[in-house]
Design a protein around this ligand. Sequence first.
Ligand code: EPZ
Length: 416
Amino acid sequence: MDKLIINGGTRLKGEVKISGAKNAALPLIAACLLNEGCTTLSNIPTLRDITTIIKLMEKLGVEVKGKDILKIDASQVHSYRAPYELVKTMRASILVLGPLLARVGRAKVSLPGGCAIGPRPVNLHLKALESMGATIKLERGYIVAECKKLRGARVYFDLSTVTGTENIMMAATLAQGTTVVENAAKEPEVEELASALKKMGAHIEGAGTDVITIEGVAHLHPIEHTIMPDRIEAGTYMVAAGITQGDITLLNCNVTYLNALIEKLEEIGLKITEKNGNLRVVGTTPFKSTDVKTLPYPGFPTDMQAQIMTLLCLVEGASIVTETIFKDRFMHVGELRRLGADIRVEGNTAIVNGVKKLYGAPVMATDLRASASLVLAGLVAEGVTEVSRVYHLDRGYERMEVKLSQLGADIQRVKE
Ligand code: EPZ
């Protein structure tokens, strides 16, 4: 296992290119199961999660070639089983469930376990697929689903689920009749998936709103598509500019999807200016404490909660961070405390009292975004911070230590 060694104190300056969005690429790769040709996806980020879903697609009989440009040939699907050893490393593997049912009428997908940020159930996915005519059984840790031909249905999600919305939208594209998804997730990655499915020939209206209507068609055809930039990676580098009092220009990021984050960071005091698709972020202090509450899109993204908490650790005064999406997404708090942060957790709320300094120490990554928050802390902590188990980081951040070094950070990756 690798670890990152960071010597804090450098103000980051320069340009960073934002990579393709992990949470757009994953459903789009799964969606290739819906057509019997060869789809080309460009701007694919080099991430562990992408490697995992490619392995999963190959197990199903799909041929995948390339790296940042993927050619995905799903003409032969000879298995419908998503094995535990792959699904346990990435719960987004559940995204093959809907497409497999639509394509081959069967699916045997390992029930995703919990993870560091909470139990992560998929009950809403399963309930919706049953309403479309699928019979679903749970057998020895596997979801066993069958349905000769899915039929359109009215689906209401008790709560906004991103991959739940994506799974049903994909399944519904080849169902008999019309499906209406109410209380659908409105995340930009859902909209991106819908626009790619429409390019494949699907009939979808309303993506990006809370009611999506999908009229089933007989076939979909292969396409070429370029993945949107990763808004969470962009947000992470925006915080890096703030926390190091640096000056970073983010290239190739889609500002429209960053409003809640820009709003919050400007409230704290960062100077953010947009120039033809690039975002310049300057971290001139003094910063002001503020409160953050995570919400489904377009609210403040839960995937940025850990990162902004790190910034608030160094802002004078008390800031309240409330996590409303996941049950247990404060695993980074204990590690930040090791670096000298003053944070108290009460239920789904963390009270962050700003301190003058953080001090380098060995810390351990627990989940993808928590690991990013520890790297951000290391960039500014006095002395050396060692972040272990960076495989968590590699799941969602492309070559983070390389990008940070190019911005002037004193950071290196070593074998643990
Ligand atoms: C997606 O996860 C993202 N992953 C997550 O990003 C992100 O944090 C999350 O959406 C929220 O924005 C991908 O897109 C691959 P949910 P997802 O279903 O779809 C509960 C990252 O860091 N729920 O929107 O799994 C669930 O427990 C990852 O890139 C049910 O109860 O999240 C959670 O509390 C982490 N039953 C809430 O809904 C269900 O059937 C939102 O979960 C489904 C979800």
